[in-house]
Write a protein that binds this ligand. Structure first.
Ligand code: F6R
Length: 610
């Protein structure tokens, strides 16, 4: 997500920080800033922040000359709380005494903000990070490690922090929980960074901080502390990666990295919305009356985001009993749709800039519809123009083929459906509680699926030369196979089609012949028998049958040539689990065929033309 760099040493800090941030640019960012200590404990700290590119920061700082000093922290921000503006850019300061940069999400920031305001702190930004700066200031009585420990005890969520204290010139502090942070030494000084590429021009000698370990950089060197404030020993290792490999965190491609980031992306999207077993949607700003007033939902999106809508239709109708129609965004406004009063438009988009989705949103608004957008990029056009916004917390997605944004969009839809269902009184308490519990388990279940990656790699190798692939499923599994087929075709160039399993015999089954690969997703209990009969039909025509089902459904092995299992969950949550093996299959098939996985031919990451 965002990038952090901290430095102290013998050379001017600002150019070192900006150079490090540039090496983290691939992670995506929308604003940037630095804070440099001028070495005088009596001078208040000041931050220099810009909206947009790092070149603007270079200009504003006269290439660093305007902010002299030998220690500092820097940050590139990918907005999560509050739009990308100068005020929301990091570092955030408290009273000129503490400066902080932060990666991650503070789930209880709203509560902390109110408490701190009660203690007289004035907030200048909409960010969760500013609460950390004020907490550090509140607890700073001359012992930085103690102030850090007391502060993090109040934080729920994930963080990697870089911190400066006015009264400690020459020192830089860091701590992390569930967001990466490294420390590094070189003859020119010492560093903290959120990722290895930032420090590679200076050193390859790094230590990886564990959760809740504290680091202090000083002119004398690096010291690590535990939460009791006691110094601890840490091992330094030598990084052997080149810059390109380092940017991908050691993964061969961004797509694979992003597939592996899904547990974290899911956690960051789900956790802040669940408090005491309840789904909380305060940020959506929809009153209960508004939710009760929805009579119909019209969804519109493109590509994978459209598949999310297809999945959401089943879930929203089942959990909230609201009728849902789904349109491709490129079709929606041209078909002169009948939009009755009480219709809410939902647009789903990772980038928030897809031309057709934006046009669908504008069209819906012109027709007087209330609009809700599920968007990943804060401050994007769709996010700005929609009446209500749910932000997924997938972080920047670099590979053209979407993976983690798709998963988080699905999770957002499940949470919205449960929330709407509860407010409308159609989901009973037990069902609600079981689904909330299942949502919380999903990140770990995805980790478990990822541990079986080698099996998917082996399978992909076996079917890499398939000419035609068919993906079949019923109900929610049909929605999942739409995404499975798209993933395979867009990055492997294998012809793949998705079919509702019951529809095959109305035409398509004539295409099945010896050697055709058919992948059946079968997770929906009520439809299992019917789906198995469709699978038998395929097998009888000579197709090679792969089944993707849930653990325990071992009878499937009697029908299929190869069976892949995902952990058990609630029916409406299976799309979030089955998509992971489908992504891995597509990735490894593409790899076996020697295709540029991250940049498949003819495709762009963000489609801003109709
Ligand atoms: C497929 C893929 C695309 C996008 C589509 C919409 O892997 O990434 O199909 O889902 O172009 O993009 P967003 O979500 O940015 O509106």
């Amino acid at each position: 997500m965002c990038g952090i760099v901290g430095y102290t040493g013998h050379v001017q800090a600002a150019p070192v920080l900006m150079d490090g941030l540039e090496r983290l640019e691939y992670r995506g960012y929308d604003s940037a800033g630095i804070c440099v200590s001028d070495g005088d404990a009596a001078h208040p700290l000041k931050a220099l922040r810009v909206k947009g590119r790092l070149s603007a920061l270079r200009e504003a700082s006269e290439n660093g000359k305007a902010v002299p000093g030998l220690s500092g922290i820097g940050h590139t921000r990918w907005a999560t709380h509050g739009e990308p503006t100068v005020e929301n850019a990091h570092p955030h300061l408290s009273g000129g005494k503490v400066a902080v940069v932060h990666n991650g999400i503070i789930e209880n920031y709203a509560e902390l903000r109110v408490k701190l305001q009660g203690r007289g702190y004035v907030f200048e930004s909409e960010t969760d990070t500013e609460t950390i700066a004020h907490l550090l200031h509140y607890y700073d009585h001359g012992d930085p490690v103690d102030a850090i420990v007391r502060t993090v005890m109040h934080l729920k969520g994930s963080f990697a922090l870089g911190i400066l204290f006015e009264e400690r010139p020459g020192e830089v502090y860091g701590i992390r929980r569930d967001s990466p942070l490294i420390a590094a030494t070189s003859p020119e000084g010492s560093f903290i960074a959120s990722d290895v590429p930032a420090i590679l021009p200076w050193t390859r000698n790094v230590a990886y901080l564990e959760n809740m370990e504290i680091v202090r950089l000083s002119p004398e060197g690096i010291t690590f502390f535990n939460l009791d404030g006691e110094p601890i020993e840490k091992e330094f290792t030598t990084v052997s990666w080149d810059v390109e490999a380092a940017e991908k965190g050691g993964y061969a491609h961004f797509m694979l990295k992003e597939i592996h980031e899904q547990p974290k992306a899911m956690e960051d999207t789900i956790r802040p919305h669940i408090r005491d077993g309840r789904i909380v949607m305060d940020e959506l700003g929809m009153s209960d009356d508004e939710i009760r007033g929805i009579r119909h939902i019209q969804m519109a999106a493109c590509g994978s985001a459209w598949h999310v809508c297809m999945t959401a239709k089943y879930i929203m109708e089942r959990m909230a009993r609201i009728p849902v129609d789904v349109d491709l965004a490129s079709e929606f406004r041209y078909r002169d749709p009948v939009l009755e009063e009480g219709t809410m438009l939902m647009v789903v988009s990772q980038s928030g800039e897809t031309a057709d989705s934006l046009a669908a949103l504008r069209y819906g608004k012109q027709q007087g519809m209330l609009s809700l957008a599920i968007v990943n990029v804060v401050g994007s056009s769709i996010a700005r123009e929609a009446d209500r916004v749910f932000y997924t917390a997938a972080g920047p997605e670099i590979a053209v083929a979407t993976t983690k944004a798709y998963s988080t969009q699905l999770a957002a839809c499940v949470m919205l459906a449960l929330h709407f269902g509860r407010i409308r009184g159609v989901v009973d308490d037990d069902t609600y509680a079981a689904h909330v519990e299942a949502l919380l388990k999903m990140p770990e279940q995805i980790r478990e699926i990822l541990r079986g990656e080698a099996r998917m790699q082996w399978l992909a190798g076996k079917y890499a030369n398939t000419r035609d692939a068919f993906f079949i499923g019923r109900g929610l599994d049909y929605a999942s196979v739409l995404e499975g087929a798209l993933k395979l075709k867009e990055i492997s160039y294998i012809h793949a089609e998705a079919y509702a399993a019951g529809e095959l015999k109305h035409g398509t089954i004539s295409l099945i012949e010896k050697g055709s690969m058919v992948l059946a997703v079968a997770t929906q209990k009520d439809l299992m028998e019917k789906e198995v009969s469709n699978m038998v039909e395929v097998r009888a025509r000579g197709g090679t049958l792969l089944a993707l089902t849930m653990e325990g459904n071992y009878d499937m092995e009697d029908q299929a040539d190869f069976t892949i299992y995902v952990p058990r969950t609630e029916d409406v949550l299976y799309p979030n689990l089955v998509v992971v093996p489908l992504q891995l299959l597509a990735y490894y098939v593409s790899l076996s065929r020697g295709i540029d996985v991250d940049k498949p031919r003819n495709l762009a990451k963000s489609v801003t033309v109709e």
